[in-house]
Design a protein around this ligand. Sequence first.
Ligand code: UDP
Length: 255
Amino acid sequence: MARRRQLYEGKAKILFEGPEPGTLVQYFKDDATAGNGAKSGVITGKGVLNNRISEHLMLRLQEIGIPTHFIRRINMREQLVKEVEIIPLEVVIRNVAAGSISKRFNIPEGQRLPRPIVEFYYKNDELGDPLVSEDHIIAFGWACPHDLEDITGMAMRVNDFLCGLFSGIGIQLVDFKLEFGRCWEGEDMRIVLADEISPDNCRLWDLRTNEKLDKDRFRRDLGNVKEAYQEVARRMGILPENGAGGDMKGPETVQ
Ligand code: UDP
């Protein structure tokens, strides 16, 4: 594929200009960072797995009516997406305490929360992505109350759907992070799910053993990071054969 103009390089992805106006190519790298760049490394094959996993989840979410930026996967590492104006918020949905919420409130990791909790963080590396309230978001103009209602409603629907999808393959969805963007169609604007959904931004624990199948294996030096991502893809029935474009197997149900 002819090299396209690079628009942005993030920690785990690169965005290139797309083939048509209003489209972008999202390239998945093998690079991994944690602690806002304090730790970095390469997980060989991660980009290929995340491209596949995110494609699968975005397609399933589109089927239940969640608007997303995803158009189609182009190859092992690239997908075509709609160009959106990213809302500078990391929207975290939690079902079970882990990570920062466990530290903040001294809740043991693994304790189920009384109900799903939605949190917003302001996307700003220099500030270390601070936790913000809906009032901050509205006062500083990152989103209006109507947008926020849309975002929260979509986040809860995504959570309900993904909890079911993962529990069907023996995985507990502990928490995850979403990003949303504004998509313009003429005068009309709608908010769509953007970025990616993969073990890089979800906590996924084996339902039976609580084994971590996500980026915490990298963050906490637990080893077998790629194997954990592969296991998620395998249970989803989308493990790329020979590292990439093999036939799709059906999903596997784990009792
Ligand atoms: N997360 C993310 N990007 C971030 C911060 C968090 O994708 O910059 C995800 C993370 O993978 C986890 C969830 O959001 O699934 C909640 O993360 P938490 O606030 O507990 O932060 P952490 O403990 O990872 O620093």
